[in-house]
Design a protein around this ligand. Structure first.
Ligand SMILES: *Cc1c(COP(=O)(O)O)cnc(C)c1O
Ligand SMILES: [Zn+2]
Length: 433
């Protein structure tokens, strides 16, 4: 479309265009939304629940031929996979936080400690606002902009609020973020720095989420990233799967351990692996997928162990606040995937979460938050209980940064040895040769 044509569009035509919905190509190679339960199809728009059965809607595509070379020539962020995401071809030109392409580190020390021969850490703590949420928010922001939303919003357990507030600031779109009022102070401040519109709700995440759904229904022009634009948001998690495969040299790992809050990330990493196989970008092979929860909020793990399909909601009580979703929207799909792939869902106590944080820090020099402590702690438990095959290549995902949950380790690490500035005083610490 040339500029001249744009200028020649009359006011009347512009109005019609606005009413006709998003511009051509607004969602890239996405063709429609499809119900995960009954496959009912809906046009691309701010829809998230199936009008037939209330099942979750997912983005469906007609993918062109995509080559490894095209992807490798792309930017060093999630937009290298833009052909596989519901975003326009010119996505790089609209201001966003450019998340992704984080490090995949071989974890030799942690592997030795746990007896795993080939272990990797996908370190998503180095994203722009220090959690994997920047990925999903970047996709949600694109949808919000294309759908002409006036407000960019979310209910959040903390990291999402940080990511939404930062992305909104960069895109110049008003943000309003909702959090439970008992959230860690660093996570509150990490949102407040980007927006004046931080709302702390007296209640847990599930209460905040319910309020957000109500507001989304009442207010016009609000894009709640994980409510009414959730289908687009969720697709952002696929990039974790794409990156793991590309960074392993275009092959799939044998086992992956993934934290579970709503369960969205786990289901999308699985979807990403399947898409790469379908597109001929990696060879097909079995990948066992494991979910990690903290015992104080482990509805999916409880259902897994009980061998049942239904998830009974719980009231969260754990230091792993970023995973504290008592009624996980994608929990049943996590169960299906972990069972079908020969994985498992496991949970650990808060003490073991802290141990997991310390273990990763002391073996690999990576400071993770409580969610990562949960994932590393579950990895350890899966080895100890024989559920994970230590001879297979394994990836563990670190989704967030420890600086946001400092309180969790404050009582666990040794305080500094305070001394007088003399060599004798130093010797007295026992730290010398
Ligand atoms: C949100 C979050 C998760 C889990 O995400 P879901 O897709 O809701 O399961 C994991 N780790 C961190 C740090 C998070 O903020
Ligand atoms: Zn349906």
């Amino acid at each position: 479309m040339s500029t001249v044509t744009d200028e020649n569009v009359t006011a009347a035509e512009t109005d019609t265009a606005a009413q006709a919905g998003p511009r051509e190509g607004a969602f890239g190679n996405a063709t429609h939304l499809a119900c995960r339960e009954c496959q009912h199809e809906v046009t691309l728009g701010p829809f998230y629940a199936c009008p037939e059965c209330f099942g979750p809607l997912e983005v469906a595509y007609s993918f062109p031929v995509v080559t490894r070379e095209e992807i490798e020539a792309g930017p060093r962020n999630i937009w290298r996979y833009k052909a596989l995401l519901p975003v326009p071809d010119d996505i790089e030109t609209s201001p966003n936080t450019e998340p992704g392409f984080t490090r995949l580190l071989q974890a030799r020390n942690l592997g030795r400690e746990l007896g795993i021969d080939r272990l990797w850490v996908k370190d998503d703590s180095t994203n722009p606002t220090n959690s994997f949420k920047d990925r999903v928010v970047a996709c949600a922001l694109s949808a919000a902009v294309e759908l002409d939303a006036k407000v960019f919003a979310c209910p959040s357990t903390g990291n999402l609020a940080n990511a939404v507030a930062a992305a909104g600031a960069r895109a110049g779109i008003k943000t309003v973020v909702f959090i439970p009022s008992n959230l860690e102070r660093p996570k509150q401040l990490n949102s407040a720095i980007f927006t004046d519109s931080l709302v702390a709700v007296n209640g847990n995440y599930d209460d905040v989420n319910k309020l957000a759904s109500e507001i989304a229904g009442e207010e016009d022009g609000w894009a709640f990233v994980n409510v009414n634009v959730r289908p687009y948001y969720a697709e952002g998690s696929k990039t974790l799967g794409y990156e793991i495969a590309e960074q392993l040299g275009w092959r799939l790992p044998d086992q992956v351990v993934i934290p579970v809050a709503s369960g969205s990330q786990l289901t999308k990493v699985h979807k990403a692996f399947q898409e790469l196989v379908k597109l001929g970008l990696v060879e097909d092979k079995p990948v066992r997928i494991f979910g990690a929860q903290a015992t104080g909020c482990s509805p999916v793990s409880v259902a897994y162990k009980a061998g049942v399909d239904a998830i009974r909601p719980v009231k969260p009580d754990t230091i792993a606040k970023s995973l504290a979703i008592g009624n996980p929207a994608d929990g049943i799909y996590v169960l299906d995937i972990c069972r079908e792939t020969g994985g498992a869902v496991e949970d650990i106590t808060d003490d073991e979460v802290t141990d997991g944080i310390v273990l990763l820090a002391r073996t690999e020099g990576i400071f993770t938050e409580t969610a990562g402590g949960t994932t590393v702690g579950v990895l350890k438990k899966l080895v100890e209980t024989g559920q994970l095959d230590t001879s297979l290549e394994t990836v563990v995902i670190n989704t967030g940064h420890g600086l946001k949950t400092l309180d969790a380790i404050a009582d666990r690490v040794s305080p500094a040895a305070t001394i007088e500035p003399s060599y004798a005083a130093f010797r007295a610490t026992g730290l010398g040769a």
